[in-house]
Design a protein around this ligand. Sequence first.
Ligand code: NDP
Ligand code: 8X3
Length: 252
Amino acid sequence: ALDPKTLTVVVTGATSGIGAATVRRFASAGSKVVAMGRREDRLQALAQEFPNLVLPVVLDVRDYAATEAAFAALPDAFKGYNVLCANAGLALGLEPAQEAKIEDWQTMIDTNITGLAYTVRAGLPGMVARKEGHVVFTGSVAGDYPYPGGNVYGGTKAFVKQFALNVWADVVGTGVRVTNIEPGLTETEFSVVRFRGDEAKADKVYEGTAPMTGEDIAEQVFFAATLPRHVVVLRIQAMANQQSFSPFSIKR
Ligand code: NDP
Ligand code: 8X3
């Protein structure tokens, strides 16, 4: 396996959940980490946990000029990054397609599709030029399996899966690897965001079951990123142990 001390990892969506756990997983193993997200206080707190190892960078991935500038401005100690975790994303609402808010659809598309593409376009060329790198996407089981109310969110995660495979088709042979991590039920701030701050409704999603945690998913990212360089794990799909997909439903 690769020595994590040789890795410099960029993580988008680092202020919470899977991204924050990913920052901690790598930094506690001695990797340098660039932690990107919008909430600066969260980024500063993370950086203070790991002095000199974690660099906070405030970024909204929906802004291409800012994303490009953020990569271009990385200081010497971090500019040779060789893992890029394109993780920032969100779900908004669980209404059926015929009732969903168009603003929610727009925000999910802008973040999970456009912002993700911006992240890759800004962050990938450096790794290709250095002939060493790894793009780790955060997809979802929602990219494979539909569920009521998933509509645009599931569609964005299907995009992530196919985009990841298409990026791999382009970078194969360059020294850059690609992995799409496809988690199922994971307790983070995901549901609080989806239900617009309604914590009680968010808690119900995880009540009476044992969801995965951000740390569980970070472990999968760490596994894929520390495999020997001749190995590429293209997809990792994991569900909580009490989760499955639904059978077909028929209305009569
Ligand atoms: P959290 O809400 O805990 O974390 C989401 C992260 O994304 C935050 O750090 C947030 O930071 C960041 N983010 C959102 N919008 C933007 C933006 N415009 N620019 C920069 N960063 C942004 O949820 P998770 O950790 O669960 O979500 C991480 C990823 O995992 C997402 O892509 C999600 O779709 C995916 N996922 C989650 C699952 C789950 O069950 N939890 C299962 C499968 C996939 P900030 O608001 O500070 O900018
Ligand atoms: C998050 C998992 O099932 O809530 O991608 O869509 S789910």
